[in-house]
Design a protein around this ligand. Structure first.
Ligand code: SAH
Length: 393
């Protein structure tokens, strides 16, 4: 097996548990490492660090899988996946109707994501090494979970950095790729092949419930609603009026079906660009008691952070104008590059411009099935706050 020796400078981060070795962390490499294959990782003077997978085409040529001296063979792979799945089971050994089964670095399986939708599994293999092991993955999922379909959603643009082409399709099985699941107290639909992400925003399901717990008797606007998770949960919880907005026509159609499916809930939907829609509502002097903002990530890179901040600020400004004193804003950010503090600063900045004093009521994060490793900041991406308009000047 080839061996990589790391620079002194990189050791602190990597020994503390970060699995990524950048090209600039490499002091030298002994042997001929092959893309997708194992490589031993050692300190500058040869002390053992761990074993990982190599890809010379990637900006991250090594991702460490194990700190112990173990072969990264099929048995290792199966055990790791089994451990991740076991963490999602309840006391009776049951899985939730829908959940994330494997969360990449958060489950010590860098580059692998697996989601579960009531008997259907959806996976993403985002690194060369994981992509090469698709057959192990499919076999493991079949024995562990007995699914009726396994879908591959490998459209992520990040695959290009690994020298991988996009790919999407049914990897195994004949089960339906459109199905219904229980999530966040709702009956939701998920299209495993055509839906956004892997079919649903499973990372928000718990937050639907938490935000909705405060929606009774309120007029709610859910901006960037997708299938209406927040909106439907609020309607079910007794909100007096609920409106959802999304740019995607398919998403809005799913919202309408969702309202019927969840007990003829009273909500209305608009297919529109939220930026324009908020402007129109401000001009029309509309008011709400609770506004929810859950936009897609406005930046995938650190370089475009300034632009992203302007986007986040813009929607916060407009949302705040729709709220009176005592009104609430539930706001989320799913960009890893924007830290929780930076995100809160954007909301604060918008509030300052509007001469509004905010009170923080609650903070939100990722659910347990999207585990965060403090030593690996990249595992943490979702943050949110519930603010109250404490004073309006
Ligand atoms: N709140 C949803 C997830 C939202 S994901 C949930 O909890 O399930 C972001 C959504 O924003 C996507 O559905 C996408 O279609 C939509 N979107 C992206 N840009 C938009 C824009 N400018 N205006 C309106 N919707 C937009």
């Amino acid at each position: 097996m080839a061996t990589a020796f790391l620079t002194e400078r990189s050791l602190g981060r990597i020994v503390a548990g970060h699995p990524w070795v950048y090209a600039s962390d490499l002091l030298r490499v002994e042997g001929k490492p092959e893309d997708g294959k194992e490589i031993a990782v050692r300190g500058s003077r040869g002390a053992w660090i761990g074993v990982g997978f190599f890809n010379g085409k990637s900006k991250i040529p090594i991702r460490i899988l194990a700190r112990r001296r173990v072969p990264l063979d099929e048995a290792f792979f199966r055990t790791r996946i089994a451990q991740a799945v076991a963490r999602r089971r309840d006391g009776e050994g049951r899985l939730p109707s829908a959940c994330r089964l494997v969360w990449s670095e958060g489950d010590f399986l860098p580059g692998l994501i697996v989601d579960w939708y009531a008997g259907g599994a959806v996976f993403q293999t985002l690194t060369r090494a994981m992509d090469d092991r698709r057959e192990w993955l499919v076999a493991t999922l079949r024995t562990l979970l007995d699914p009726d379909v396994i879908v591959e959603r490998n459209e992520a643009s990040s695959r290009a950095f690994e020298g991988l082409a996009p790919r999407r399709g049914i990897a195994w099985g004949t089960g339906a790729t459109r199905r219904e699941v229980d999530a966040g107290g709702l009956r939701m639909e998920a299209d495993l092949l055509e839906g956004q992400k892997t079919g649903s925003y499973l990372d928000q399901a718990e937050n639907w419930r938490r935000v909705a717990a405060r929606a009774k008797g309120r007029r709610v606007l859910d901006a960037f609603t997708y299938h209406g998770g927040f909106a439907l949960a609020c309607a079910k919880a007794g909100a007096t009026r609920v409106e959802g907005v999304d740019l995607s026509k398919d998403a809005v159609a799913a919202c309408e079906r969702g309202a019927t499916r969840n007990g003829s809930l009273n909500a209305s939907w608009r297919c529109a660009n939220v930026f324009d829609d908020l402007n129109a509502r401000v001009r029309a002097r509309e008011t709400f008691d609770l506004v929810i903002l859950d936009p897609p990530s406005f930046t995938r890179s650190r370089a475009r952070l300034g632009e992203a901040r302007r986007g986040y600020k813009e929607i916060h400004l407009k949302a705040l104008r729709l709220l009176g004193e005592g009104g609430r804003l539930a706001t989320f950010c799913c960009s890893h590059h924007v830290t929780s503090e930076a995100f809160r600063a954007v909301a604060l900045d918008a509030a300052f411009d509007e001469r509004i004093l905010l009170r923080q009521v609650e903070a939100y994060g990722q659910p347990e099935d999207h585990p965060v490793l403090p030593a690996v900041p990249e595992t943490e991406y979702l943050k949110g706050f519930l603010f109250e308009v404490a004073e309006k000047g």
